[in-house]
Write a protein that binds this ligand. Sequence first.
Ligand code: HEC
Length: 218
Amino acid sequence: MTTVERWMGALRTRTLAFISIVLAVAVVAAACGGGGGTTAQAGGGISPELVTDYIHTVLEADRTAYTRHVVNRAQVLEGQTKEDGVVPVEATEGWQQTDGIPLPAQMFRLGSEIANEAGYFTYNLISPWYINDSQAPKSGFEETAMAEVIETGEPYKDYQEVGNQQFFSAVYPDVAVAEACVSCHNQHPVHLERYPDKQFEMGEVMGGVVINIPMTGA
Ligand code: HEC
């Protein structure tokens, strides 16, 4: 090997090492880009559609786990004794006054109130047949989205502007998956008073889960 060949070899090795470092830095920059703030970036790494799908998956999983593994083990559900209950407690809307435990929808709202304080994104339950006034569809977007979701049974996603801030918002169907959803809502005194003609059926869309992600650079 001549001196020139050795020199060329060393240069090639160094060039390769340099390119690897540049690539590594670029990948790290791409991975970190847009992730540090409290808002999502349009055209950034992950589409906002996917972000709301991820969040919704976690929300549904937590609600189902709470229903299945906590509420289902309670011996009493809203005044009615449950045969398969093993824990001497009542799951009831008036849980704070009666030393009971919250219903799944209340647990969901309690969680959302804490999460919404963090300021990254917001989520909540809505329904045109709401028992709790704070869960009525509020904006034009929520009314349109809710009507579409009830009609199609599919999620509805779009951008909306609220007070100069652009959001990506998604509404996911909340379906009567258990007989208890239907019977509890249909017999609820507020429901009977407000919607005497509305009786939910199994498999029906009873409301929606709304997720709002603030966007930058809109
Ligand atoms: C034992 C009674 C009970 C059961 C079972 C129940 N709910 Fe509810 N649900 C309520 C009450 C009470 C509220 C209002 C709670 C609050 O203050 O946030 C509510 C709230 C909701 C809301 C928000 C709109 C509103 O009415 O304020 C939706 C949507 C909803 N429930 C869907 C369901 C579905 C779907 C199921 C079954 C998977 C279910 N519920 C099971 C009692 C019940």
